[in-house]
Design a protein around this ligand. Sequence first.
Ligand code: PLP
Length: 378
Amino acid sequence: MLRLSTPSIDESVIEAVNAVLRSGQLVYGAQGQRFEAMLQDFLGVRHAIVVSSGTAALHLALVALGIGPGDAVLIPNFTFPATGNVVRLVGAHPVLVDVDPSTYCVTPDSVAAAIDAWRGPQPLRAFIPVHEFGHPADMRALLPLARYHGLKIVEDAACAIGATEHGKACGTHGDIGCWSLHPRKTLTTGEGGIISTDDDALAAKLRLLRNHGMVRQPQGIRFDEPGYNLRLTDIQSAMGLVQLPHLPHWIDQRRSLAAHYRQALAPMVSAGLMALPANHPGHSWQTFMVVLRADIDRATLICDLAEEGVETNLGAQCLSMQPAFEDIQPLPATVHASSLYRHGLALPFCESYGPQQVALVTNLLNRLLLAPKTQKTT
Ligand SMILES: *Cc1c(COP(=O)(O)O)cnc(C)c1O
């Protein structure tokens, strides 16, 4: 089976993990501190704080900014549902924004339209732009818009580690940035997440909340406020330390894989069978999602591809079409978000794939999309 993606784990990662296991220091040791220092360098931020997942990062960000019951938060209506779950979990109200049909990210126009249409009793307090699949959201235009409306900005860069906009890392433009280190993302520690901020007081608060609200002093520990346990282990940090230096090369490989796909899929695009994702020079290509023509039966296509040994999947979710968010309907209607959810198809994509895998996938797609169902023998 050609998997949607597979993490790149070599022997040096296994060695690094073994060394931590032998050391006896499994949490809050030197590995975590070194990983955070390396991330601060890589991202160009004052504080990188590692946590147990991307969702933990987003959740902690909202708590630290004081977002809670009575607040409204702008989020895209096309994303991984964790973006919306955390808003609901802190008791705030998600306001759903449409996305662009080819970048899959919110735009200044769609955000402005949602702000204009918002009539709820809750004041808009925060905005979570998502750098969907690694495509940079247009922070240059979104930032002043959000600031004008007095919104805190938490960037969901969960799938965008290594993505940049005008040379600056995605996730470092707003008040807080959040990344995921899940195995489906380009850099993984099994599970894991990163929070960044340039604000020293906010960083101190995030660190406190990550670890039970605990303060360590020479004479003993003290608990300053109720906190969570959202730490990353040193086992995971050791993986990250070995993996992070490879990331720029992996992203280069992903950019060249995206270029191969674009070329190989061009005839199907010309034939009107699908549309391709926007190409941005700072795109980190965590996922390569095409959009199928509306009348193509995606469910059947996914099953047929799987039967031929190729794993594909939906791209991301339209939140208002999920039971968990059914009670929250977007205004104005988010036509692109629902269409991308219905017709998006994520293709096998990771740094270890090349022209051979692209040929396998595109030849199959070509055959299955051009062969009417009725002509099949099975
Ligand atoms: C993966 C992802 C998350 C969640 O990250 P986890 O580490 O799995 O908790 C949140 N938002 C987006 C956009 C994601 O792609």
